[in-house]
Write a protein that binds this ligand. Structure first.
Ligand SMILES: [Zn+2]
Length: 126
């Protein structure tokens, strides 16, 4: 956590306070994350301090967003879109969709585009 996890704006500690949403300073451009705001609120409770509040927020973050299991490949399907390079140095972009509908892009330079095209046309390499 940064030192913005306080009751007051870190840029101008005298007179600047957080807005009602606790994420923006009332008087300058300073911002803090929601986690920092919650840590600051918890740390102000009787019996609490910043380390205890940070431990609870870390535990909550781990529950809310468990680490991705990156041993499972992300499956994407071709979206029938291919954007060819506009100039000689541009990449070819193959539009895809994930299974939950998010867009994905396969980016191919000229060498990889040609190699992939040949493999798709002739899988046995004849
Ligand atoms: Zn400020």
């Amino acid at each position: 956590m940064t030192d913005t996890a306080n009751w007051i704006c870190p840029q101008h500690p005298f007179g600047h306070t957080w807005q009602a949403d606790s994420l923006k300073c009332t008087l300058c451009e300073a911002r803090r994350t929601a986690s920092e705001a919650i840590v600051a609120l918890l740390a102000g409770l009787p019996g609490w301090d910043i380390p205890r509040a940070e431990r609870l927020i870390s535990a909550h973050q781990a529950e809310a967003a468990p680490p991705a299991d990156d041993t499972i490949p992300l499956t994407v399907h071709w979206d029938r879109i291919v954007m060819h390079p506009g100039e000689t140095d541009d990449d070819t972009i193959v539009g895809c969709l994930t299974e939950d509908g998010r867009p994905a892009a396969l980016v191919l330079d000229d060498e990889h585009r040609e190699a992939l095209g040949l493999m798709l046309v002739d899988p046995d390499g004849n």
